[in-house]
Structures are given as structure tokens and as C-alpha cells.
Design a protein around this ligand. Sequence first.
Ligand SMILES: Cc1cc2nc3c(=O)[nH]c(=O)nc-3n(C[C@H](O)[C@H](O)[C@H](O)COP(=O)(O)OP(=O)(O)OC[C@H]3O[C@@H](n4cnc5c(N)ncnc54)[C@H](O)[C@@H]3O)c2cc1C
Length: 378
Amino acid sequence: MPFKHSASYSLIVIGGGMGGLMVIFDLLTRLEKLDGHKKIRILLINSDEKPACSQSSSAVAAVRAAVQANGPMAKILLQAFDLAQVFYKRHAPLGMLAGKLVHPCPQDVTSKAYANFCRKYSRPLPLDWQGIPAPFGGQRSILGQSEEAFFFSPAIFLNFLQERVQASKHELNILNQEVSEIVSDERGHCIKTVAGPEFEFSAPVLYLAPGAYAFSILQLLPAGKISCGGYYEISPWPLQKESFAVHDDELQITYRGDTSSLLIGNLNWEMGESASQEDKYELLQKGKNYLQRLGVAWPLQAQVQWREGKRSKGPGRRPILMSGSALENLREGIDSCGKIFYLNGLYKNGFLLPFYFAPMLAEAIKKALINEGLVDKT
Ligand SMILES: Cc1cc2nc3c(=O)[nH]c(=O)nc-3n(C[C@H](O)[C@H](O)[C@H](O)COP(=O)(O)OP(=O)(O)OC[C@H]3O[C@@H](n4cnc5c(N)ncnc54)[C@H](O)[C@@H]3O)c2cc1C
């Protein structure tokens, strides 16, 4: 649709990654349940100049290591996993598969690596390799831990969310443009973009999920610490329809059954703003050697692609969730009308935590839309 100068919307969302789209999806599901006839108009703004981390993510949702390491976050992560399960059963989403994640334990019980394993995953047990093809594991009778996990193919899953939203009676417009500024007053928010006054939009309600690029919208928005992550994607690697992963020492081997691709990543990488050539080379060699030792044959026609994204890590690895009055303090004028919501700092759990935060944000946004008279209450 043609975008007009100062086009106005009911809701503007900045950020079309997991943090943005899961909330829009949940909101639209809630609005569909209302009997009202009012139709809301949503504008979702993304920018290719600020590539979504969600599109370059290994995107495995699992809880064991995270729950052991993140004391205060454990309850939230476990609830998020339960909610992911409910979502999976209810919507049968494309791009989201249930599968197994296996953590083999270092063999030398006197080693530091063994002690670290016990701290991270608790006491190792005989491993059940069912669902994981030989030679990725089936032949090894060793100790470790295994858990159920969800495996996302980000492009397919995000597209599924977007298409479901577009199929609703409400209107979703998507714009690829870089936001440069937000100006707010008592009537609402005006979103300015780098494309100039032809691309300015207004809405009474605003939701921000800009990930690592929060500073590009407003320098004071809390974005946490930025940490780059990356992995190699090798495809086509035709193996089986089921997804699985093996996290062995630092290596993270993930198989996506729906796209027939194998990912090689490093669990403990903290690469600052971007990965060096040496880091990348070392990871690929390590992955190749590991697979060779297991006797896994590298497919002849496979393409090897490097993918990386910028994650934002909230203080103490906690996500940053804010609304109206808290954001108001950041800069005079940003939220004089109070209808602004913000989620960030999802760090390494960006494909899990939105299942927990989306319902509460969607409910709050729904109430804000009702208060504005944009949605019927019933
Ligand atoms: C290599 C790697 C592996 C990972 N593995 C996992 C994993 O296994 N499990 C897991 O749960 N998580 C994992 N993560 C983390 C997860 O991917 C992120 O936490 C999550 O994707 C963050 O989502 P988000 O929506 O907050 O941000 P993003 O996906 O980065 O989305 C931000 C959006 O905001 C838009 N935007 C920002 N600023 C502007 C602006 N000024 N104007 C217009 N648009 C703007 C961007 O275009 C983008 O669409 C991994 C991340 C990486 C990089």
C-alpha cells in the first residue's frame, strides 16, 4: 500500500524479530476473540540496515542449562517452555519442531570439564540417543543429559506468524525503513524515519522491540550489552525430518529437519561486536574434526554459509520489560501519553522468552487500545 505523509495507525511496532512478532500475533489472537466490529491498523517497521538477530539465530528453545545457570530467571524460563509447548500444540506452527537436545558428558571424571558439566547440567546419566541418527550419537554409550527442545527455522516461523496476523480482519502494514526519532505528546507518538517527512507515521500506542539497535531510536533506551553470536549453516544436508542437537563441550551441532541444514556453533562465544576471521576458521575446523571423529560424512553438494547476529544482554541476563511511566523518565517528552511498551535484552533466550512475555504485553497493549476507543471492549 502507498505510505502517505503522517499516515496514522492504531498501533506502531518497531521491530519484526521474535520480540515484535510474537506480541503482534498474541495481540491479534486476543482481538479476534472480542465481538467488536472495529478494525485496527498496525504498522510494523523493520530495517534491512538493522538486520534482525532473530533471522540469524540457532533458535533452539531449551531450558536445562539456562535454568541451572540463571537462578532468579529459572521460573520464568520453565514457564516460557510450558507456554511454548501450549503454542506448539495449539497452532502447529510452520518452522517450529519438537526434538531432542543431547549433552554428552566429558569422559574423564577428574577433569575440570567434568566438574563444569555437573555444575551446568547436573549429574550425568546414561544417554538415551533415540531420535538422533547414528553416527551423530547412536553408537556411543556414554553419560550425559538429554532434554526435549523446540527447534525453529527462523525465516519460516517468523513468516508463519506474519501470515497468520495478515489473515485476521485487522490490518497489518509492514515497512522496511530506518526509524530515526520518536516525538511524543499527549495525542500520541510520531515516528520519524531517515527517509524524511514523506515517511512519518503516528499512532496513539507504540510497542518497541528493537533488539541490539535500540540506541538508533533513542540513545537512552536500555539495550543491555551487545554481544555478537554466529554459526555455520551447511545445507542441503539430507538426514531426517526430525530436528535434533548435540551440545558437546563447547560445540553446538544443530540439525534442522524442516530445512535439511546442519548448524555448527560455539556455545560459549562472546565475540563483542563481530566475529574475527580466526574465530570463524577455528570453529569450522573444530566442527569438521568433531564430525570426522564421529564418522559423519560431509555431503558433497552442501553450501557452507556463515551467519551472525547481534544479541542484547540485559543486566544479570534478565530481559528488559518497560512500559509508559518507566520509559517516561528516559527522556522528557517521549511518553507524555503513557501508551508505550518496550521489550529487549532477550540475549540467548530470544526464541523462548517471548512465549512468556508476549501474553502480558499483548494484554497491556489491548487495554491501551480499548482505552483509546480503538477496540470494542466486549
Ligand atoms: C548466533 C546466534 C544464536 C542464537 N541462538 C539462540 C538459541 O539457540 N535460542 C534462543 O532462544 N536464542 C538464541 N539467540 C538469541 C535470539 O536470536 C535473540 O535473543 C532474539 O532473536 C532477539 O529478538 P528481538 O526481537 O529482541 O531482536 P531482533 O530479532 O534483532 O529484532 C529487532 C528488530 O528491530 C528492528 N529495528 C531496530 N532498530 C530499528 C530502527 N532504528 N528502525 C527500524 N527498525 C529497527 C530490526 O530491523 C529488527 O527487525 C541466538 C542469537 C544469535 C545471534
